[in-house]
Design a protein around this ligand. Structure first.
Ligand SMILES: Nc1ncnc2c1ncn2[C@@H]1O[C@H](COP(=O)(O)OP(=O)(O)O)[C@@H](O)[C@H]1O
Ligand SMILES: [Mg+2]
Length: 312
């Protein structure tokens, strides 16, 4: 197995405060790895150590088989870094800024033929902004520009720190589709942090959930959901005043039933979603009770996240 990252019992202390409390995990080469956690979990601190931007208090990190503490100069040319916050030269145009970073990359790495700048800008929806000054871009455009900058020099490992936080839905979709295209290259590994479940579920092949500086779960989105043994829930709304709970006693697979006679809503947690649906619809048919609507909710990453990190 080839690993892009190997993290061994890593800690980060700021004075008396320990932000990363002994984490160990590995990231396989290729695909997208997500680091999921609430604000303050330590995601940025962890990334900064992996990127060689801050010292490692204890433990060790290797990127592409090289040790961050001793070989960072060899690693850096092969990684692309998008920081959570950027202060670009605001009087430069997008074209000038990209040229500037590209020249820095060439000075550092020599020439590598990655994605052309025009391709990056097109896919990030910035093609028509080449002659705009950085200060004339919206927040979402600046954030997408920082992804383009991270990809200059054809990096093998790409770190994106909350790439879509504070983006409008349009920018977010652009960014998601862009990351999906990056993932098609089996030699590139994308590592992103996020606190959006939907983003992690859509983009990531593997996810590590962290909270309070500690790793609390790791696996593919579906493995994480399964490991929680969460159940489907179905919600029905019936015609007013007709339904009674005794109609649906003793159904196979049902774990919990809640009936609210003010709203005529039935909420069912079940292991056998298809059977439960069939039985309840049969009851409503036999008793001639109209079903106004129903919803089926599959367990998702959000349930996993909340169960591990607490509802706060
Ligand atoms: N330079 C720093 N000095 C002191 N504390 C810090 C510093 N950077 C981060 N922290 C603290 O470490 C914790 C984790 O922060 P951070 O890594 O930014 O988390 P996240 O990216 O998950 O929101 C927070 O409590 C934060 O206040
Ligand atoms: Mg952060």
């Amino acid at each position: 197995m080839i690993y892009s990252l190997e993290i061994n019992d890593v800690r980060k202390r700021y004075g008396d405060f320990e932000a990363v409390k002994g984490m160990s995990f590995r990231v396989r080469k290729g695909g997208c790895f997500g680091i999921l956690g609430p604000n303050g979990a330590g995601k940025t601190s962890l990334l900064a150590m992996i990127e060689g931007l801050t010292s490692i208090t204890s433990g060790s990190i290797s990127v592409l088989g090289m040790d961050v503490a001793t070989q960072i100069r060899k690693i850096q040319p092969r990684m692309g870094v998008q920081l959570q916050q950027n202060n670009y030269f605001r009087f430069l145009t997008v074209a000038q800024l990209l040229k500037f970073y590209q020249e820095l990359r060439v000075a550092g790495n020599g020439k590598r033929n990655g994605k052309p700048v025009a391709w990056l800008l097109d896919r990030l929806g910035l093609s028509d902004k080449l002659n705009f000054k950085v200060e004339q871009l919206s927040g979402g455009q600046k954030q997408r520009l920082s992804i383009a900058v991270a990809l200059l020099g054809d990096p093998d490992v790409i770190f994106l720190d909350e790439p879509t936080s504070a983006l409008d839905p349009h920018s977010r979709l652009y960014t998601w589709e862009f990351i999906e295209q990056l993932k098609q290259d089996p030699d590139k590994t994308v590592v992103l942090t996020t606190h959006y479940m939907e983003e992690a579920e859509r983009l990531c092949d593997e996810i590590m959930i962290m909270n309070d500086g500690k790793l609390i779960a790791q696996g593919s989105p579906s493995e994480l959901v399964q490991s929680m043994q969460a159940h489907h829930s179905i919600q029905f709304r019936f015609a007013k005043g007709r339904f009674k709970l005794e109609f649906v006693k003793d159904m196979v697979g049902v774990i919990d039933l809640q009936w609210d006679d003010k709203t005529d809503c039935l909420r069912v947690q079940t292991r056998e979603v298809a059977d439960t649906l069939r039985e309840i619809l049969a009851v409503s048919e036999n008793q001639s009770i109209d079903v106004i609507n129903f919803d089926v909710n599959r367990p998702n990453l959000e349930d996993v996240f909340l169960s591990h990190t607490g509802k706060d």
